[in-house]
Design a binder for this molecule. Structure first.
Ligand code: SF4
Length: 907
């Protein structure tokens, strides 16, 4: 047994984790009680991390495919990297450095990021390196730089406890940053006077705790912020002394906001003027207002303006650089901050230097010992894949990310990957939506297997230690890039290739990165691996000779701009890139769920993480559904001008009329169509180049289906997953998932109108072992359209397929997960019904994942008069990670209306 300190690899809260490993396996995790981000707490995703550490789904060896249609061959590392270097060198010689590109990830460690950036900009001489953080944080970067002068979040987590008003905009913190939400709940309990304002078109779990919820129309944030500034000025709540002493550019903005009266903004935003006035009064009058914001502001074609509009409010009230106050952008990914710090984006250079600045380029060239850094701007994410599609970029190296699911306008991105001359995918997992496009697969070490550092949302750097050696031949990402760089440098006869990549350890990479920060706003020259190991996580800046990092920035009112003053940005409301109209009348919004992460590459291997949301659903306003004749559980086709997907629909009190929401997580590995990004628009912000993933115009058409089918398989479900995934495109509508606690049950749900393809069903049966006549009970009733297959192994039910009616699905799935002897259901298995036996009920979705408490059990207890304390003491729900607390409160608020509340309806 060994224990090491690390962090959770999901969101930007950056919770500290202690990993327990035994005989080379990761067997447990618990929150690190000493880590300042979480003090021992973890949310559902973090507390299930050890369950995602199984190696069944990992990519274990380099694999190469010489022809697109052929199968891949296993290689050793020398063969793989020599081949990769040869292909890159050939393409660069023939077409120039800008004919290759790198697309990396906010999941990489800082050291990994540093090497890839140096490889592209220093060795090859191209700025074509961008990252999935472009989809996530780049508007926050430009918002900070345009106003405060540097990409540095000025606040810290402790400010949550010190704030007197928390203004949450475009963030469902309860789902996306759950441990911070626990801190908000605790702050509210400790300080009942704390005001919480939430700006979100949906009434999310986060909005449900707000004192004031502003359900603005999508994309209208700037109008709201300008109107709030209008009120602050009108009511004398602006801090004119602070504005005069520490800011520039106020007069122009003051002129602009004159026209943003609360009434005019109310028309634009769709919220009452009195609520805008109230929000401004609480914000301006609290004495300590903290803004928390995320993708609702960032993923927009005007994301920079939205960020700046909010920061304007802080500058106008002097609410920055002091306890409990400041504009605090919550980072989406574990190490989005680290990537920004090393300049791992097409327009950035190490240590917050700018590509467009000749002096910065010279400094970096000197630091790296190369002649120059190219001045030609690199392609940002959307541009990069478009250049690949157009043939301008010939080869792309994708690292630790899944663009065939996560990029907007999937049709074009997949076409780009199809057309590319050479695609390398460096991944920990064997199967992602992107892997079918890869010519060369390179196995990477993953969470719990690497040494390095990450930076969380509050500028806090944590050193990660490996708990086990990577499986198979997987290697740390920085090491793969270093090895490749040496081979490529030699092939290109680069004058200084031997000196450029001398690293023997992650620590050596960190030390070079540290030196690059000397004298910069994020100076970490006082840090070392030893100090981080001995003293734990530290915030930047942490300069040489200092004894600690800086908790808060700009307390002295001095900003990293040429004048030392912050600058107001004169922003005006602009419409979303794609307006709704008669053909596409719905506002389509995408986002995260509580228990899944990004494209489900990791969380999609953990059965428990499907128990809160089994499959993707389109959330829709009940009246909109009624008007279109759509009922809960119906399947609909959702289409935009770019593509379509089929998805089940569920009414949601969160949704306003004409707005729909679909989670971002599911893609073509878990659905018969591409997911939400089949529909999203590639339109991006002209400053940050971040695409507008939060809004598209769509239409919704109910799909008629005449039959349904469900197939379930226990024992080896994870290994079976990719083979069943390969069948999905053959069905009209299908979704795939896992169920159960520790022994997963694979669940395939299918619905359609056209007759079932018997060849497809035969293949499915063969794959799931349901074709074995000696082990399978069979029942067919063609007249009723019912058929059943029940697979038995050692007297236990381990597989099933029900066609026609599938009402027994949830009951059967739950029984199988907990162990179902065939004798218990033999009569039912041979009876002409596919409904569950009388008296048996399914538990429904699991609300409390930690203690396995279902929606039905909670509603039953509420029906008997339980309050929250009783739910917690009786059922124990909400007593561990706390991720379900907002939902429990919401269920309690419905109270005795239990009998009218439908259980989560399943197909
Ligand atoms: Fe991980 Fe949850 Fe902490 Fe985010 S809040 S870092 S997902 S444990």
């Amino acid at each position: 047994m060994k224990e090491v300190k690390s962090t959770c690899c999901y969101c930007g809260v950056g919770c500290g984790i202690i990993i327990t490993a035994d005989k080379g396996k990761i067997v447990a995790v618990r929150g690190d009680p000493d880590h300042p981000a979480n003090y021992g707490r973890l949310c559902t995703k973090g507390s299930n991390l050890h369950r995602s550490a199984a190696t069944d789904t990992r990519l274990l060896f380099p694999e190469l495919r010489l022809e697109r249609e052929s199968s891949r061959q296993k290689l050793d590392w020398d063969e793989a990297l020599d081949y990769a270097a040869g292909r890159f060198a050939g393409i660069i010689r023939e077409h120039g450095p800008d004919s290759v590109a790198f697309y990396v990830s906010g999941q990489l460690l800082t050291e990994d990021y540093y090497i890839f950036n140096k490889l592209a900009k220093g060795l090859i001489g191209t700025n074509n390196i961008d990252t999935n953080s472009r989809l996530c944080m780049s508007s926050a970067v430009t918002g900070y730089k345009k106003t405060l002068g540097a990409d540095a979040p000025p606040a810290c987590y402790e400010d949550i406890e010190r704030a007197r008003c928390i203004f949450i905009a475009g963030s469902n913190t309860a789902y996306a940053h759950p441990i911070l939400f626990r801190r908000i709940e605790a702050a509210r309990q400790a300080n009942p006077g704390l005001k919480i304002i939430v700006v979100d078109p949906r009434r999310t779990d986060t909005a449900s705790v707000a004192d004031l919820h502003l359900p603005i129309l999508p994309g209208t944030d700037v109008a709201l912020f300008n109107a709030m500034l209008h009120v602050l000025l009108w009511e004398g709540l602006a801090d004119m002394d602070y504005i005069r002493a520490h800011t520039d550019g106020f007069d122009a903005l003051k002129d602009t906001v004159r026209e943003y009266t609360p009434e005019s903004a109310a028309d634009i935003c769709g919220v009452p003027a009195k609520d805008i006035i109230q929000a401004a009064r609480w914000f301006g009058g609290s004495g300590a207002s903290l803004s928390l914001y995320c993708q609702g502001l960032n993923q927009s074609s005007h994301g920079t303006d939205k960020n700046a509009g909010l920061i304007n409010l802080h500058l106008a009230t002097g609410q920055i650089g002091k306890p409990g106050a400041g504009p605090f952008s919550l980072t989406g990914q574990m190490n989005a901050m680290g990537g920004r710090e090393v300049g791992g984006m097409a327009n950035l250079l190490p240590a917050h230097r700018d590509m467009a600045n000749p002096a910065h380029r010279e400094e970096v060239a000197r630091l790296w010992g190369v002649n120059q850094i190219p001045s030609q701007p690199g392609k940002t994410a959307v541009e990069l894949f478009e250049a690949l599609r157009q043939g301008e970029i010939k080869a792309v190296w994708i690292v630790c990310t899944n663009p065939a699911l996560s990029m907007p306008d999937q049709g074009r991105v997949r076409e780009a990957l199809e057309k590319a001359e050479f695609v390398i995918l460096q991944e920990a997992y064997r199967h992602t939506e992107t892997s079918p496009y890869a010519d060369l697969l390179l196995p990477a070490a993953s969470w719990g297997e690497k040494e390095g550092t990450v930076t969380n949302s509050e500028r806090c750097i944590t050193r990660l230690q490996p708990a086990r050696i990577p499986p198979g031949e997987a290697r740390p990402d920085w090491e793969i890039a270093t090895d490749f760089a040496r081979r490529l440098g030699s092939k290109l006869r680069h004058p200084s290739w031997q000196a450029l990549f001398p690293y023997a350890s992650a620590e050596a990479v960190f030390n070079e990165h540290r030196e690059s920060t000397r004298g910069r706003d994020l100076d970490i020259t006082g840090l070392s691996y030893r100090l981080l190991g001995e003293q734990g996580p530290q915030q930047w800046p942490f300069r040489e000779g200092e004894s600690g990092g800086q908790v808060r920035l700009y307390a002295d009112g001095v900003f990293p701009t040429p004048t030392g003053k912050a600058g107001f940005m004169n922003v005006r409301y602009q419409k979303v890139a794609e307006m709704t109209d008669a053909s596409y009348p719905f506002h389509f919004n995408t986002g995260r769920l509580r228990d899944q992460w990004h494209g489900m590459t990791r969380t999609g291997t953990v059965a428990r993480l499907f128990s809160h949301a089994e499959e993707p659903v389109l959330s829709m306003n009940a009246e909109d559904m009624r008007l279109r004749g759509i009922q809960d559980g119906d399947v609909a086709q959702v289409s935009s001008r770019r593509g379509a997907c089929t998805v089940r629909v569920q009414s949601s009190p969160e949704m306003q009329p004409s707005q729909v929401f679909m989670p971002m997580h599911w893609g073509s590995r878990f659905m018969s169509t591409s997911g939400a990004n089949a529909l999203t628009t590639p339109a991006f912000d002209p400053v940050s180049f971040q695409p507008e993933l939060k809004h598209a115009a769509v239409k919704i058409e109910k799909l008629p289906y005449r039959w349904q089918m469900v197939a379930l398989r226990k024992n080896g479900a994870l290994a079976m997953l990719p083979r069943v995934q390969a069948l999905l495109p053959g069905f009209q509508h299908a979704s795939l998932g896992l169920s159960g606690q520790d022994e997963p049950v694979l669940v395939l749900r299918v619905a359609g109108d056209a007759p079932l393809d018997p060849i497809l069903i035969e293949r499915l049966d063969r794959l799931m072992g349901l074709d074995d006549p000696d082990a399978t009970l069979r029942y067919d009733d063609a007249r009723r359209g019912i058929s059943k297959r029940i697979l038995v192994d050692h007297g236990m039910v381990v597989g099933a397929r029900l066609s026609g009616e599938t009402m027994a699905r949830d009951w059967l799935k739950e029984m199988m997960a907990s162990g179902l002897p065939i004798e218990q259901i033999r009569l039912w298995a041979l009876a002409p019904v596919n409904t569950a036996p009388a008296g048996s009920v399914a538990r429904g979705k699991i609300v409390c994942n930690c203690n396995n408490v279902s929606e039905r059990e909670i509603f039953d207890a509420i029906g008997k008069g339980s309050d929250l304390a009783f739910l917690q003491s009786g059922l124990r729900c909400g007593t561990e990670c706390g991720s379900c607390l907002p939902e429990l409160k919401r269920m309690l608020a419905r109270g005795n209306r239990f009998s009218q509340m439908p259980m989560t309806k399943t197909l």
